[in-house]
Ligand binder design. Structure first.
Ligand SMILES: Cc1cc2nc3c(=O)[nH]c(=O)nc-3n(C[C@H](O)[C@H](O)[C@H](O)COP(=O)(O)O)c2cc1C
Length: 173
């Protein structure tokens, strides 16, 4: 897809079909994550976990639903969740910024492949409070789950959105 179309078509997908994501699609999305910029090139401070285990995803949904006080599934039934974990480091907040660039790259790749995606912050914040769930991830020492991306086939057709200015912008010439 042309890059400007990818940008205009990406949107948060909150409804997925049960169709699985193919390995080729998954690898393309992960490659985009690996191409993202990371502060000081410290790629060893970030870590991806591809979660397709339905039992684990259901447990995260249950925990997150209770934490966020929501009746609906905070993971939206997505068949794949790609979790970004990081080693909190110096300068402060760098782990959040790195996670953002990685997830955005992966979301754009997903859009290009005709897949749906959505950034997941709330559900992962809920999961962080559950040592039993975090323990099942087997993260390397010092890594903390930061945020994730849900990935799957959207239940809704893709729409090319008209670009609009949503962010207040000042010019200092
Ligand atoms: C840092 C960040 C955290 C977000 N967390 C969540 C989340 O936990 N759950 C969710 O459904 N959407 C989440 N979103 C998606 C935003 O709500 C969404 O991107 C925004 O409303 C704009 O809509 P769009 O993605 O369709 O353009 C998050 C987005 C960002 C960038």
């Amino acid at each position: 897809m042309e890059f400007s179309k990818v940008i205009s078509t990406r949107c948060s997908c909150r409804s997925y079909t049960e169709e699985p994501v193919s390995d080729a699609q998954l690898q393309a999305v992960l490659a985009a994550g690996n191409a993202a910029p990371v502060g000081m090139g410290a790629y060893q401070t970030v870590y991806l976990t591809v979660i397709r285990n339905r039992g684990f995803l259901d447990a995260v949904s249950k925990t997150a639903g209770a934490f966020l006080k929501r009746d609906t599934d905070p993971l939206y039934g997505a068949p794949v969740v790609i979790l970004v974990s990081a080693k909190p480091g110096i300068p402060p907040t760098i782990e959040f910024q790195n996670t953002g660039t990685i997830i955005e790259n992966m979301m754009l790749a997903a859009t290009d492949l005709g897949l749906g995606s959505v950034y997941l912050m709330g559900a992962i914040a809920a999961m962080r409070n559950e040592p039993e769930l975090v323990g099942q991830l087997n993260l390397p020492k010092g890594f903390v789950p930061i945020a994730a991306m849900a990935l799957g086939h959207s239940a809704q057709p893709a729409v090319l959105r008209v670009p609009e200015q949503k962010i207040q912008t000042d010019y200092m010439d």
